[in-house]
Design a protein around this ligand. Structure first.
Ligand code: G3H
Ligand code: 13P
Ligand code: ZN
Length: 327
């Protein structure tokens, strides 16, 4: 069942976070649904601009609709990841998306607000919610390169003003993470002081953590053992993700970890079966391994085991009556 992203956030806030997983193909979709059903976890499936262009956006949407039928017990939202203004409008008008992200974090504060406000007005008219971004994550985003040392964390009082003026429904905050497999060169981690202060100034308002892959060491070692060259890859520690998930970080974005599972499975498969040229044997292993990863991650996020309580809350209408602190 596809639900609004705000329904998921209302149920989760302060208790757990929803995993928001990027998908590009049928195998990722099958593994994602299987894993969340096994974990009894609600989740967010997110599609980037790159994913919409990889095969065809219509194919992505059709596969997600099909997965909804194949797994009738699943409760999830569909989200546009890192959209520009035009792509946000396309997704809003398509009627398929639960929420969109307008990523204007590279613009000035006022311009970011103005763009987000336009998107929010158009989205809200259709009951769709909007994620915006303030501050800059380290690492590489599609349009901008910021090096880790200069990554600019979200300023909590600016976040408060931004949310009020822009009308966004959730905020991607720069709290120490970055995209990709090389997040930290030392013992850096999440800036809990920033999370705490934003939660204090914006009580009940959902924060989003991008760049949340944990880049498991075992996964990296296996990839390197099968011919890969991922030296020095490192991600967010899972105990820190668990802590943030109870502090108002309600959406945790994960893409890289799924790519690592894909890479490990295929590298090992071709190493161990040099005579195989059929895509289905490694594809099957990938779906099962990705589902296992999702089960584990749902436990880290605290979303595991929440599915039936959420279903009941939706049925009783109790989530509708809860208001977010910031209108
Ligand atoms: O944050 C970006 C996501 O990892 C999506 O990556 O733009 O390569 O699909 P992509
Ligand atoms: P990772 O690269 O850490 O998986 O982050 C993904 C992300 O933030 C997608 O928006
Ligand atoms: Zn991101």
């Amino acid at each position: 069942m596809i639900v609004t992203t705000s329904t998921l956030f209302k149920h989760a806030y302060g208790k757990y976070a929803c995993g928001a997983y990027n998908i590009n193909n049928a195998e990722q979709i099958m593994g994602l649904f299987r894993g969340n059903i096994d974990a009894k976890a609600p989740f967010i499936i997110q599609i980037s601009k790159g994913a919409r262009a990889y095969t065809d956006k219509r194919l992505m949407e059709a596969m997600i609709r099909a997965a909804d039928q194949i797994f009738p017990d699943a409760i999830f939202a569909v989200h546009l990841d890192h959209g520009d203004e035009q792509t946000c409008y396309e997704c809003i008008d398509s009627g398929f998306y639960s929420s969109v992200m307008i990523d204007a974090s590279h613009e000035t504060f006022d311009e970011n607000i103005a763009i987000t406000r336009r998107v929010a007005d158009r989205a809200h008219a259709k009951g769709i919610s909007v994620e915006a971004e303030l501050g800059m994550l380290g690492g590489v985003e599609e349009h901008v390169v910021v090096d880790e040392a200069n990554a600019c964390l979200t300023n909590p009082s600016e976040a408060q003003e931004f949310v009020k003026r822009s009308g966004c429904d959730s905020l991607a905050c720069a709290i120490g993470t970055s995209h990709g497999a090389y997040k930290f060169s030392g013992s850096q981690g999440l800036h809990f002081d920033v999370i705490e202060e934003i939660a204090r100034l914006l009580p009940g308002f959902p924060m989003v953590m991008h760049g949340s892959s944990s880049v498991p060491k075992d996964e990296v070692d296996r990839i390197n053992g099968a011919g890969g060259k991922l030296k020095g890859a490192a991600g967010v520690k899972e105990d820190q993700i668990s802590m943030a998930s109870k502090m108002g970080v309600t959406k945790v974005n994960i893409d890289t970890d799924g790519r690592l599972v894909w890479c490990r499975v295929h590298r090992e498969s071709f190493r161990d079966n040099p005579d195989n040229f059929d895509l289905r044997p490694p594809g099957k292993v990938f779906m099962a391994e990705y589902a296992k990863y999702i089960v584990h991650k749902s436990q880290v996020l605290g979303s595991a085991g929440q599915l039936e309580d959420l279903r009941q809350a939706i049925k009783n209408g109790t989530l509708k009556t809860q208001k977010l602190a910031v209108a």
